[in-house]
Design a protein around this ligand. Structure first.
Ligand code: UGA
Length: 433
């Protein structure tokens, strides 16, 4: 199959690369010339374990191409995937300008029957809009089928997820188009779930909203645990043993971040609002998450009300481990507040430092290791559970000005910190003073 993918963000690039890996000829299109030049050399613009290697292999096998030219990129394509961004608008709704532009580009360039597949997360009804735009702007007499094929990959394990996902959702009005997309994906060995277009669009939002709900739920439970001297990890494990609940996404922490949950939850509230339905539960989930992001600062303020001139080690800046993505990361709010309070920040992140430098205040200092950041500090705050942080040499706590650790990701065993004589406050677990 000859496939084109428009947009080389996380979703587009991983989709293109993994489709080439299973044998298809794939051309990825992006308007950013710098990015395209880098990708032609097998260099991914994003950090994603295994991606560079897979890119290089398929470029060398002449199955994977990159271009800035839509016309050239669409040439001879049997299937075109739309994977451009749908950023959040000020009112929380999804901005569809990029998707609509791609639909127009497709209509004016294609010369043969084509299946257009939407990978981008788009509100219910968007695929029908894409269909309309294509039909209005179509230049040649060709047949176009529309398929909604939402993506469920997670950053940091995107390649792994492509090959071992739980399902591939295919929404279509045409049984034939759905069969072709199923066939394309067959080598992944992942179950294909076929449905109608609107339900497919809804599955994506409902799934992300449900996962976000699980996180906010366990975070609220953790706040109660702290007040009643229970341990949220034990609670989550006991809950998760019930198969109806499941053990995943019950890790209490400082709230969810990233480019998906914050954006998609707000978009679904908007989608519901547009049809006069108030999604009360999801509004609660969003509010709880906002409160949870302030948890570390509140705990720090209780212990050190005056932060002026205090040296604070910030451990982990990315919104989660194994990614350099800083979008909606708790570290943004935390650094802003610490700097306002006059603290001196020494931050460490194994991968996200370059991205952090473009986003965080110039006043933030960066260390080469967790140990270097912690040494001589008045308190250490843990924001991301990187292995480099979980496995930090425990003796480093003896080198702190005062051994106060506030852990937003429950990286250490309570017993260990007690033995080390560290004052340790974590999430939903008893404090060690
Ligand atoms: C999420 C979904 O998990 C993917 O299925 C989906 O495809 C993707 O959004 C998307 O819509 O594109 P992602 O944002 O990469 O993936 O990251 P997750 O691993 O889901 O983590 C999101 C946030 O939740 C992180 O800040 C993480 O620290 C937090 N989290 C996750 C918790 O606080 N507790 C948990 O138990 C799990």
């Amino acid at each position: 199959m000859k496939i084109s993918v428009v947009g080389t963000g996380y979703v587009g690039l991983v989709t293109g690369v993994s489709l080439s890996e299973i044998g298809h000829t794939v051309t990825c299109i992006d308007i950013d010339e710098n990015k395209v030049n880098k990708m032609r050399q097998g260099k991914s613009p994003i950090y994603e374990p295994g991606l560079d290697e897979m890119m290089t292999k398929n470029i060398e096998s002449n199955r994977l191409f990159f271009t800035t030219d839509h016309k050239q990129g669409f040439e001879g394509a049997d299937v075109i995937y739309i994977a451009v961004g749908t950023p959040e608008k000020e009112d929380g709704s999804a901005n569809l300008a990029f998707v609509e532009q791609v639909a127009k580009d497709i209509a004016t360039n294609i010369k043969k029957d084509t299946i257009v597949v939407t990978k981008s997360t788009v509100p219910v009804g968007t695929n029908h809009k894409v269909k309309q735009i294509i039909h209005i702007n179509l230049v040649n007499d060709v047949k176009v089928d529309i398929v909604s094929n939402p993506e469920f990959l997670k950053e940091g394990s995107a390649i792994e997820d492509s090959f071992h996902g739980d399902r591939i959702v295919v929404g279509s009005e045409s049984a034939q188009a759905a069969d072709i997309i199923e066939e394309i994906n067959k080598p992944f060995g992942v179950t294909v779930y076929k449905t109608d277009i609107r339900s497919a669009e809804m599955i994506k939002y409902a799934s992300n909203a449900f996962l976000a709900t699980k996180i906010s739920f366990i975070n609220e439970i953790s706040n109660i645990c702290e007040r009643v001297d229970a341990n949220v990890e034990e609670v989550a494990e006991g809950m998760g043993m019930d198969k109806r609940i499941g053990s995943q996404f019950l890790k209490a922490g400082i709230g969810y971040g990233g480019s998906c949950f914050p954006k998609d939850t707000k978009a679904l509230i908007q989608i519901a609002g547009n049809v006069d339905y108030e999604f009360e539960l999801l509004k609660g989930v969003v509010n709880v998450n906002k409160k949870q992001q302030a948890l570390l600062l509140n705990k720090l303020n209780e212990r050190l009300p005056d932060l002026k001139g205090k040296r604070i080690a910030l451990l982990g800046l990315a919104f989660k481990p194994n990614t350099d993505d800083m979008r909606e990361a708790a570290s943004i709010v935390v650094t802003e507040n610490l700097i306002k309070a006059g603290a001196e920040i020494v931050a460490f992140d194994p991968i996200a430092t370059e991205n952090a430098k473009t986003l965080l205040s110039e006043k933030v200092n960066y260390a080469e290791s967790a140990e270097e950041a912690i040494k001589g500090s008045d308190a250490a705050l843990i924001l991301t559970e990187w292995d480099e942080i979980k496995n930090v040499n425990r003796e480093v706590f003896d080198t702190m000005n005062y051994p106060l650790v506030i852990d937003g990701r429950n990286c250490f065993k309570l017993e260990e910190m007690r033995e080390r004589r560290v004052e340790y406050h974590s999430v939903g677990r008893p404090s060690i003073n």
